[in-house]
Design a protein around this ligand. Structure first.
Ligand code: CS2
Length: 476
């Protein structure tokens, strides 16, 4: 079968949406770290829409951890197909990515960061990619950060971490007297822009204080909230795309039709007119972030760990389990929603109903095991902050502790069966998994919550409930 590429674009059937602009005149204004499924489903599609009006906002992808995306996309001239899953499925070929760089070519990464056309450096490197500690600050004990500190003693250094690359690129821009950039974090972290700003400044301060000062003056780090459910690519999707487009695509992407991207209006220099792609610019993003992270992602992780414990495989199956779906809904409405001051104009009750309907999208097969990745990195933002605030407000936390208990059971069962888990803390977690109290004592995950007797008691009650096959812990 012929492969998707610039030369074969014209062979696409009429119904497949394709770039509405001349790709050869696109300038690359954005360098994006982490061009995985979430980025390609969402932000790259928004830039693809913008390019039809303004050719200055093409993307260069940088994949630091693997060659997979580069091997898939570069032979396709950066093109890939996006399936929009709804009652009607639509197919759209995205042309905004010009090419993917990997760490095999550090000079090219530096070249992209220091290109005069580059105005935005964006990222979806997942929670763990920022090397932050439990307090949200840069973790100087992280091996990648230590490696960057060592390497930076030589003038022509090659970073390891994403934050290292930011410092390296910004240092080179300063020395070349180039303008600053906007650094746009698109990961599911509360206050993501500010956290990345503090981490970048801390690393720059340790490496080159002049660059730290320059960053403070010339670089903006807006907060941003990104939302679109993006199940991982599988063979079924590849086959579906081949049938719909008549072309082979090595790495197509699928997502729900719904998308939301809210960006804090805080740019260094010109702001791309992403409003044409439905992006909202707001003076304050935190309330949106909080609503999304705590309600959608908090419920997602709850469905994942509890659902996997009940032998379920997908979010759809978890929502078809009436007891579990009812639990998730009560958790959202009664335990999480009270912790959120909704952004002006957002009706939280309606938002929750919409999220639950999205979880039920019959076109989507979203694996619980995918959501279960990286629990140690996700749960603090998704459930533990809410729990901490509920405790401080004197509210009940029994339901909030249940998914945490389910995560502990998930760890214990992986350890018992000799399975590994995807988590940067997999080794210490599995080592402690046989004794749940010692997992709660891991400050890098739980902070001070792990030693709060009310929390420990609620988790214990949750474990007992799950053991008995119940989802509502009985009050002691
Ligand atoms: C999910 C998210 O994998 C996960 O942990 O909760 O990727 C979720 O689908 C997105 O944040 C939705 O915007």
């Amino acid at each position: 079968m012929t492969r998707l590429s610039q030369n074969t674009l014209s062979a696409l059937p009429a119904g497949v949406i394709r770039p509405q602009y001349d790709r050869s005149s696109v300038k690359r204004g954005v360098v994006h770290f982490g061009p995985g499924a979430f980025h390609r489903a969402h932000q790259a599609a928004a830039f693809d829409t913008l390019l039809a009006q303004d050719p200055r906002w093409g993307l260069t992808g940088v994949s630091l951890n693997s060659r997979g995306v580069a091997d898939a996309l570069n032979p396709q001239d950066g093109l890939y197909t996006l399936a929009l899953l709804d009652t009607e499925v639509a197919y759209r070929v995205i042309g905004s990515i010009g090419g993917i760089l990997t760490k095999d070519d550090p000079a090219a990464i530096l070249g992209a960061l220091t290109h005069a056309a580059t105005r935005i450096v964006s990222s979806t490197v997942t929670e763990k990619g920022y090397c932050l500690g439990a307090d949200g600050a840069l973790d100087f004990a992280n091996p990648a950060i230590k490696a960057d500190l060592d390497a930076s003693r030589s003038e022509d250094w090659t970073p390891d971490s994403f934050t290292g690359w930011l410092v390296r690129g910004l240092q080179a821009r300063r020395l070349a007297a180039l303008p600053g950039v906007t650094v746009l974090c698109c990961d599911n972290l509360t206050d993501n822009g500010r956290k990345l700003e503090a981490a970048t400044l801390a690393l720059a301060e340790a490496i080159d204080p002049d660059t730290a000062r320059w960053i403070a003056d010339h670089v903006a780090f807006p907060n941003a909230m990104v939302d679109s459910i993006t199940p991982a690519t599988d063979d079924a999707l590849r086959a579906r795309i081949a049938a719909a487009t008549g072309l082979e695509d090595a790495w197509p992407i699928q997502r729900e039709r719904f998308t939301q991207w809210v960006i804090e209006d805080r740019f260094a220099g010109e702001r791309p007119a992403l409003d044409v792609a439905g992006v909202t610019f707001a003076s304050e993003v935190r309330p949106f972030e909080k609503a999304k992270l705590r309600l959608l992602n908090g419920a997602h992780s709850s469905l994942a760990y509890i659902g996997l414990g009940r032998g379920l495989e997908t979010v759809g199956e978890a929502m078809a389990d009436r007891e579990l779906a009812a639990f998730a809904e009560r958790l959202m409405r009664e335990d999480i929603a009270p912790s959120i001051a909704p952004p002006a104009g957002l009706d939280l009750g309606g938002y929750i109903s919409d999220v639950l309907a999205r979880f039920r999208n019959p076109e989507i097969r979203h694996l619980l095991s995918q959501i279960a990745w990286d629990g140690s990195q996700k749960l603090p933002y998704r459930l533990l902050d809410t729990t901490r605030e509920a405790l401080a407000a004197g509210c009940p936390i029994e339901r909030l502790a249940l998914p945490i208990a389910a995560w502990l059971r998930f760890l214990a069962s992986a350890e018992r069966d000799g399975r590994t888990i995807t988590d940067p803390l997999a080794a210490p977690l599995l080592e402690r998994a046989g004794d749940w109290r010692s997992v709660l004592a891991m400050r890098e995950v739980f902070g001070d919550l792990g030693s709060d007797g009310r929390f420990v008691g609620a988790v214990e009650a949750g474990l007992a409930a799950l053991e008995a096959g119940r989802l509502e812990p009985v009050a002691a």
